[in-house]
Write a protein that binds this ligand. Sequence first.
Ligand SMILES: *[C@@H]1O[C@H](CO)[C@@H](O)[C@H](O)[C@H]1NC(C)=O
Ligand SMILES: *[C@@H]1O[C@H](CO)[C@@H](O)[C@H](O)[C@H]1NC(C)=O
Length: 351
Amino acid sequence: MSVTFALLLLLGQAATADPCYHPGGRPRFCLPPVTRLAGMAASCPQACALSLGADLSPRATCNGSLTLALGGPFLLTSVSLRFCTPGSPALVLSAAWAAGGPWRSLWRRPAWPGALGGPEKVTFRASPGPKSSVLVSHLHVEFGGRAGLMAAGVRGRCQCHGHAARCAARAQPPRCRCRHHTAGPGCESCRPSHRDWPWRPATPWHPHPCLPCSCNQHARRCRFNSELFRLSGGRSGGVCERCRHHTAGRHCHYCRLGFWRDPSQPITSRKACRACQCHPIGATGGICNQTSGQCPCKLGVTGLTCNRCGPGYQQSRSPRMPCQRIPEATTPLATTPSAYSSGKSGWCGEP
Ligand SMILES: *[C@@H]1O[C@H](CO)[C@@H](O)[C@H](O)[C@H]1NC(C)=O
Ligand SMILES: *[C@@H]1O[C@H](CO)[C@@H](O)[C@H](O)[C@H]1NC(C)=O
């Protein structure tokens, strides 16, 4: 029994313009082309005698019935069956999303006797248009009587949810060339950098592209948070992940603890956040004010990094109290401007 069975490689044709975008760059609904997904053919003398048991190939069995595995989920557009003799047997066409079913009946057709001039080819067509959504990975045809099946052909397109115009249909699973910043074999999710809105399939009325999260150029990934999206009134739900350059926050829009925001740099700069540099002796801790950079100084200590004694204080040898109040007796001296200047030189700025 020499029956051949063929799956065809389906690759979208290179197009000069991207069908998924308007010429001006706005995204638009797009579909991969309808292509031949599976087929079998036999020359008539040896045609599959359907009442006989026969195992055609791992992908197709012809045993009073015909099962076709498409190699992945596809949007079905048509199934054609051609018989050796005029008149087609009664048949039931069923589809399943997975190998094991459940099977869903798509089409039931009564026998059409050849004596009445019945057709030798019958074709099932899924309802046309982009809304047609018979998503199948396996097809099954059950025949009501003996019939020589000469050929079967299945046509359809990859399920790309309106986000791709090209598809590698023979890849397993079929792989859409996703646009609109979507990702996944069927463009069923948003790219990690574009999760500010929930993923949605494109429609001819709205392309529903995935939108970028605003992470001030400090993060490459974000995640969608539906609660935040709801609270924002449906405007933004992205939360940046792994903020770099010492930034933190939902949009990587402020500085991490221990860093402060340098006002001379834009927030998008890699240098937007500077380390606190609090003096190990003069400061009580390492965490400075995130807007001013001011470190928390010990009593009598002053300066942004707490590296010198304030007015009325002088350097001591105690690391616990590095600046001590100038004694009463020298107070008249301390009130003179020259006495304060000693503090300005710094007491521990140098090693
Ligand atoms: C073919 O059909 C017969 C009878 O219905 C059944 O016993 C047999 O298991 C079938 N073979 C295959 C390969 O499906
Ligand atoms: C940080 O410094 C700013 C400006 O100097 C000030 O307004 C703010 O209160 C300070 N924050 C804290 C927590 O001290």
